[in-house]
Design a protein around this ligand. Structure first.
Ligand code: IPM
Ligand code: MG
Length: 376
């Protein structure tokens, strides 16, 4: 029997509710597809931090023993903003070298988008966000703080190696899709970093001649994404631009409730982490209003990453069917509460009652069958 060791870190706010939904679906998938998971539950988050002062570094060893991490969300009004975000999310991405943050932008059938003319047929692309460098390294300094002459400097770190590994990954993803790669940057203003990104893309393009390469400034990207999403297949970009444009992507695909992500360690030296894109939403925690679809879809990516492509595709298809049936994407009018949505997806997976044909080229299977790198 195939067995995987998975860390489960639900975190704060709506995190535990949505992760509970994902775990119900995991149980159904295990039974149907004949694999098991050994789960290690790790508290983490605000309550734990307020009680013990613990942050990611205190759990790194335990997490390292697992093959993948199912993550909820972190953030709590009782903790100074930044402590948990930096102390958990960014620390994990950087210390575990989860250098590719893969964020699919796909409008699923039946999901409402606020953007006119966006359809399931024209909206299916994936953003690969560099996840360990850029302005997220936290390098900066302030002088004359608190005076009228205050000066703050915030640096952006870009290394050839760091860029190359995500660009290479993006090319490989593109090979399994529509074979188009777009670099998103601001090379006309951030000339030093921009040049390194552009040069790296140009050089790797020679190794992947089947993939056509394009470039888009980040501001123009915000213009084209909602108006002409079909223009994009795989987009690769730096950490900060990726943070920003993936929120826009979430809007286009019908909201944060259905958006998901994989934080992939490309070298296999540490576990990868899978999370919905939404935050902890403390204002609605415990009300049952959160849509667990983002977390369930992150489970689908997790299983695809572990090589369980069939289970991954089944979960995606069942989730799509259930979210298509919901009246709204979140809130008390959704029709079903958080637990009921998770249960309903789990039931469909258990019964084999989903149509994988509805979702051609699921990203999850692409992850399961990623072609090898052509780098030396
Ligand atoms: C995200 C979030 C995080 C980020 C925050 C919570 C630190 O916005 O995953 O996109 O900026 O990366
Ligand atoms: Mg963000």
């Amino acid at each position: 029997m195939r067995t995987y060791k998975i860390a489960v870190m639900p975190g704060d706010g709506i995190g535990p509710e949505v992760v509970a939904g994902a775990l119900a679906v995991l149980k159904a998938a295990e039974e149907r597809f004949g694999f098991t998971t050994e789960k290690r539950h790790i508290a983490g988050g605000a309550n734990d931090y307020l009680k013990t002062g613990k942050l990611f570094a205190d759990y790194a060893d335990e997490l390292s023993e697992c093959e993948a991490i199912l993550f909820g969300s972190m953030g709590d009004p009782r903790v100074t903003p930044g402590i948990l975000e930096r102390g958990y999310i960014l620390a994990m991405r950087q210390d575990f070298q989860q250098s590719a943050n893969v964020r699919p932008v796909r409008l699923y059938p039946g999901v409402e988008t606020p953007i006119k003319n966006v359809t399931p047929e024209n909206c299916d692309f994936v953003i690969v966000r560099e996840n360990t460098e850029g302005s997220y390294v936290g390098q900066g300094s302030t002088v004359h703080e608190g005076t009228p002459n205050a000066v703050a400097m915030q640096e952006s770190l870009n290394t050839r190696q760091g860029i190359e590994r995500v660009v290479d990954y993006a090319f490989r993803l593109a090979l399994g899709r529509r074979k188009k790669l777009t670099l998103c940057h601001k090379t006309n203003v951030l000339v030093a970093a921009g040049k390194l990104w552009q040069t790296t893309v140009n050089e790797l393009a020679k190794l992947y001649p089947e993939v056509s390469v394009d470039y888009c400034h980040v501001d123009a990207m915000c213009f084209h994404m909602p108006l002409d999403p079909a223009r994009f297949d795989v987009v690769v970009t730096d950490n900060l631009f990726g943070d920003i444009i993936t929120d826009l992507g979430a809007v286009i695909q019908g909201g944060l409730g259905v958006s998901t992500s994989a934080n992939v360690n490309l070298e296999g030296t540490h576990p990868s982490m899978f999370e919905a894109i939404h935050g902890s939403a403390p204002d609605i925690a415990g009300k049952g209003w959160a849509n667990p679809a983002g977390s369930v879809l992150s489970l689908s990516l997790l299983l695809g990453h572990l090589g369980e492509g069939k289970a991954a595709a089944a979960i995606e298809a069942a989730t799509v069917r259930v979210i298509g049936e919901l009246k709204a994407m979140a809130g008390p009018e959704m029709g079903l509460n958080t637990a009921e949505i998770g249960q309903r997806i789990a039931e469909l997976v258990a019964a084999g009652d989903y149509d994988t044909e509805l979702i051609p080229d699921p990203l999850v299977s692409t992850l399961a069958t990623l072609p090898a790198s052509r780098r030396g």
